[in-house]
Design a protein around this ligand. Structure first.
Ligand SMILES: Cc1cc2nc3c(=O)[nH]c(=O)nc-3n(C[C@H](O)[C@H](O)[C@H](O)COP(=O)(O)O)c2cc1C
Length: 326
């Protein structure tokens, strides 16, 4: 289902080329100061405009439809909507019967027996991450003073991001990227040992971001090659501060009071200008084609703020649950 959360519940709706996209947030506590301007900073960070990003520029103005009154949350469900204003569905006409490799066209077509909206990736479009960013703004307020910072540390395997983007544009291709996320001022005790482990909750939301292919906490996959004596983080005070942070701030599924650190792998954009091959579902013939339309050469450029939002939503849910239990 398209819903997440126990106490901070979110549900996303909309399609890339439909009338609008939006998010409904249930369980947000009453009395949180909230106005349209609060969304501006994070929404701007997700917007295209930089080299290597799509030329589809939307106003992305959040319409606060419900749950906010006199500049504060009311405790009722919050609905935020964003109009789609610059759709160019004609770009997708040529690919009507040809599912793009690497995108969700084929699986959505099969899953929904052809009734899905295929324009611009429909409900699987990266555009819907704008809704996550909006919910993230509210979640960040709930978890304050917990502070989340995500940044792109490499693109296409190159730590020189500008160079990597220039090379990808020159090659008429797309690249992925690696995002590092660091969460400070996390209290001890968020999460549970088993199904609602904090790693699972964060990962659940991170994998809701289209194009995410991996997440690794602390030393991640390198842990498999380390000795226990190397990997253990020595505890040096009663607050649980550790000398190192190979655990990434989580032990037994529970935050340990140190920074939560993890990296997220974003794949190269599937809609590349390179020649590709796919099946024409109408003629049953293999065809070679290039994807037209407006696409990000490197999605990862716009994804750090989405990673922050996803993390904030997972933490807000875990935080409200920890409060409910104490
Ligand atoms: C901010 C953002 C922008 C994206 N822009 C594009 C795009 O321009 N073209 C494209 O093919 N995919 C884009 N994607 C990725 C697709 O939405 C995604 O690859 C697709 O839904 C299939 O999902 P999967 O990659 O998780 O399997 C974007 C993703 C994000 C997070």
């Amino acid at each position: 289902m398209n819903a997440f959360g126990n106490l901070f519940k979110i549900q996303i709706f909309g399609e890339s080329h439909g009338a609008a996209i939006g998010i409904v947030i249930d369980g947000c506590p009453a009395g949180i100061a909230l106005q349209e301007d609060d969304f501006k900073f994070d929404i701007e960070r997700r917007k295209p405009g930089a080299k290597g990003t799509t030329t589809r520029i939307e106003s992305d103005r959040p319409q606060l439809i419900s749950g906010v009154y006199n500049g504060h949350t009311t405790g009722a469900p919050i609905a935020i909507q964003f109009a789609n204003e610059t759709q160019r569905s004609g770009d997708y006409e040529a690919l009507k019967n040809i599912p793009r490799p690497g995108h969700a066209d084929f699986v959505l077509q099969k899953k929904h027996h052809g009734f899905n909206d295929p324009r611009g990736g429909g409900h699987a479009s990266g555009r819907l991450t704008l809704c996550l960013v909006a919910a993230g703004v509210i979640a960040k307020k709930i978890i304050n003073p917990i502070a989340i910072h995500a940044e792109l540390i490499a693109a296409g395997g190159n730590t020189n991001i500008d160079e990597a983007i220039a090379d990808a544009i020159k090659a008429n291709d797309s690249i992925g990227g690696l995002i590092a996320c660091n969460v400070q001022q996390v209290p001890v005790g968020l999460g549970d040992p088993f199904f609602d482990s904090l790693e699972s909750q964060i990962s659940h939301l991170i994998f809701a971001i289209p194009a995410v292919k991996g997440i690794a906490f602390g030393s991640g996959f390198a842990a498999a090659k380390m000795m226990g004596s190397q990997h253990n983080d020595a505890i040096i005070d009663k607050e649980g501060t550790t000398k190192t942070n190979h655990a990434g701030g989580i032990n037994g599924g529970i935050s340990n009071g140190n920074a939560i650190v993890f990296e997220v792998a974003i794949k190269p954009t599937s809609s590349t200008a390179q020649m590709q091959e796919s099946i024409n579902l109408e003629s049953n013939a293999l065809e070679t084609f290039t994807v037209g339309g407006r696409h990000d050469v490197c999605i990862a450029l716009r994804a750090p703020v989405v990673v922050e939002a996803a993390t904030a939503i997972a933490l807000a849910d875990a935080y409200l649950r920890s409060k409910a239990l104490t």
